[in-house]
Design a binder for this molecule. Structure first.
Ligand code: WT7
Length: 676
């Protein structure tokens, strides 16, 4: 392979800065190629070496990686280091304190929603807090294998509780604290969680959110369905309400159910600081994390212990070129996979110092991110294209007020990054000195799968570049034929890597149907992709009925289901429309039942319905009255046509399969120009 970019002078290529290469783990392109070759040709030797960094109570017996991807042969499965015994919490905490002498090192600088709320947590303090919480959970009856639902904001207790679960062998199921009570209930029921952890409330920017009330409503939903498995609800008193005294507590009016509810303080503070880890099999479940499914029902993506540990640890080390004096900050919420892998497990496995930020980018001012980078001297920064585009709108003045000279590497994740945003990130935030690592991955992949390495990979704005170690990407055409060289088609993977999902919780059939059925022998990402002449990969976006709103996947089916729950709606069809900050937004077509009138108050009700069913991230931007939907003669909605109407495309292409062409004319004449 030649060095990318040298063939075509016109293409913009950015080469790694010299200063970064001096002590980088992968200092040049050839080193990347060599290591990559080894990871593919000798995977056993490659991963065995990585495993040596960690503590194993017992070593594995046979081959490390075992799998079947061919759904036509036998059941699909992946196993890594099966038979080995370890504990991931022990590895990311005790091992750092005892073996690597990092006890006094800061694990997290916690910065609350309000800039005056701060906490510094060292590795040994973190270990003690986790042990306390683990003992409290045990006392509440949690046992190895039990599922624990965690519905917490970005406070240290979120990290304590997930690691506490891992320590005692319980499976955490974290639900992003922006999800509605119905979404929370659905997830609790699916995994039959026995305990729920939440907080009394939280401020997001200026908005006060009564989390305990939402949690109570969720438990009520479970009860109504006859599926209440939760026995105890442990409630954290948020740090913001401790300092401000009682007035905000009163605002929350936290209701208390003495039979079920326990305060975190009462259960955890008196618990012992020591707790022996439960020695687990490498393939025991670590956590479930729900992601939108194209049928509308969220899928519980299951990850197991050893493979996830090794993969998040190694990707973190190489992709951010981690060094012991770094201060790393990932702005994601732990409620998403980005937070699981790159706020909790990956950084802790490397003994890193991270910023743990509870707030939002624009509160109390639009320079908050830059202020935090200056305050903690952040060197590695990881955020999403949607945040970059939001902050771009305010120009460079807010940036100029702060010293960003500590920055070395900038990362992005969540959706394809448009070249304008990439350039602004590189030039304005990174002052032209910092490589931008565009990391492509999914909840299902556990960690980065396509990504540059900052000191090794020449960058092309908008490309996630090349595969990480152990990952073998393939592009297929519609017929499932492998395409070589420059090509565009379905992005799939031929072989597993240690961090790939192990299943959909309690549903092998859904696992196989979703990821392995379309092209037997391959894991199907659901993304389209192009490979250029240098072998670089460019993600072109989803090719299923999923939408990516601000880096979060939603299925059109789940939003449609929420809309049709409203008594006025006969039918609904949801498509995506480009959005300047969110990337994509929801454009909804609704057909009303006879005699129902389409007006603003109905629109508000529909929006509220979606927020209640799913959460604020799914709030529609556009709702159009659709007296009829464009359908084929067999009754299938032609989403392509709806997408084109939503995007105001003039040429609607071939409409010959439409049952009633008039429907389209009506929709075109009533298009929404402005957001609802
Ligand atoms: C989907 C996965 C992985 C953490 C956040 C999202 C899209 C993600 C990129 C990127 C282009 C990207 C894909 C993918 N996506 N990162 N760097 N370039 N697209 O996790 O909710 O599981 O969503 O996000 O479409 O399939 P997720």
């Amino acid at each position: 392979m030649v060095v990318p970019g040298q063939q075509n002078q016109e293409e913009k290529v950015f080469y790694p800065p010299e200063d970064l290469r001096v002590d980088a783990h992968v200092p040049d392109f050839n080193s990347y190629l060599e290591l990559y070759k080894k990871s593919i040709e000798e995977p056993e030797a490659f991963w065995r070496e990585v495993a040596q960094e960690f503590y194993w109570k017992e070593l594995p017996n046979g081959q490390l990686l075992q799998y079947n991807f061919d759904v036509t042969k036998e059941k699909v499965y992946v196993k890594f280091m099966e038979g080995a015994k370890t504990n991931i919490c022990y590895n990311v905490l005790d091992h750092n304190v005892l073996t690597r002498n990092l006890g006094e090192k800061v694990a997290y600088h916690w910065e609350g929603n309000s800039p005056d709320l701060r906490l510094t947590i060292t590795y040994s303090q973190l270990l003690k807090q986790v042990c306390r919480c683990a003992n409290a959970l045990k006392k509440l009856g949690v046992k190895k294998g039990d599922r624990v639902a965690i519905y917490l904001p970005m406070i240290p207790e979120l990290v304590y509780s997930m690691l506490a679960c891992a320590r005692i062998g319980a499976v955490h199921s974290i639900v992003f604290a922006g999800f509605s009570s119905e979404s929370l209930a659905e997830r609790i029921m699916d995994a039959q969680c026995s305990i729920l952890l939440t907080a009394d409330g939280v401020y997001r920017g200026e908005k006060l959110i009564n989390l305990k009330q939402i949690a109570d409503e969720a438990l009520e939903h479970c009860r109504e369905k006859g599926l209440l498995t939760v026995q105890k609800c442990m409630v954290v008193k948020h740090h913001a309400f401790r300092i401000n005294g009682n007035d905000t507590c009163n605002k929350l009016q936290t209701l208390w159910n003495a039979e079920c509810d326990v305060w975190w303080d009462e259960a955890v503070d008196n618990a012992s600081e020591e707790c022996d880890p439960e020695w687990m099999d490498a393939e025991d479940p670590l956590f479930v994390l729900y992601t939108s499914g194209s049928t509308g029902k969220p899928k519980g993506v299951l990850h197991t212990i050893a493979g996830y540990l090794l993969y998040t640890s190694l990707t973190f080390k190489y992709v951010f070129d981690h060094h012991q004096d770094d201060v790393y900050w990932c702005t994601a919420d732990i409620g998403w996979i980005t937070g699981h892998s790159y706020i909790t497990y990956g950084p802790l496995a490397n003994g890193a110092t991270s910023v743990l930020f509870e707030g939002i980018p624009v509160y109390p001012h639009v320079g908050r991110f830059w202020e935090i980078i200056e305050k903690y001297r952040v060197s590695k920064f990881y955020t999403a294209p949607t945040a970059i585009r939001l902050l771009m709108k305010y120009g460079i003045e807010p940036l100029q007020k702060y010293d960003l000279s500590s920055l070395r590497v900038l990362g992005t994740v969540g959706e394809p990054i448009n070249p304008e945003a990439w350039m602004w990130y590189h030039d304005a935030v990174g002052q032209g000195r910092c490589p931008v690592v565009d990391t492509f991955w999914q909840t299902e992949t556990g960690g980065h799968v396509l990504t540059p390495l900052p000191a090794a990979t020449p960058l092309k704005p908008g490309s996630a570049t090349l595969p990480f170690f152990g990952v073998l990407p393939i592009i297929l055409n519609e017929h499932g034929e492998e395409l070589e060289g420059e090509a565009e088609g379905y992005l799939v993977f031929k072989k597993p890597w240690p961090g790939i999902m192990r299943g959909v919780y309690g549903n092998q059939e859904c696992f196989e149907n979703t990821y392995f059925k379309k092209f037997p022998g391959f894991y199907v990402t659901g993304d389209g992709c192009r490979r250029d002449k240098d072998g670089y990969y460019w993600i072109t976006g989803r090719i299923d009925d999923m939408l990516n709103v601000s880096g979060h996947l939603l299925s059109t089916a789940e939003v449609e289901a929420a809309l049709t729950e409203h008594s006025a709606v006969a039918e609904a069809a949801v498509v995506s429309r480009p959005h300047i900050v969110k990337g994509e937004c929801l454009y909804c077509f609704v057909t009303l039942k006879d005699f129902r009138e389409f007006n603003h108050s109905l629109m508000d009700e529909l929006k509220r319905k979606v927020r209640e069913k799913i959460g604020p991230i799914a709030t529609p931007d556009f709702i159009q009255n659709a007296p009829g939907l464009p359908k084929t003669r067999s009754g299938k909605i032609m989403r392509r046509v709806l997408r084109q109407i939503a995007r105001n495309e003039k040429d609607l292409g071939d409409l010959s399969t439409l049952a009633d062409p008039k429907v389209v004319e009506v929709l075109l004449s009533q298009r929404c120009e402005a957001a609802a």
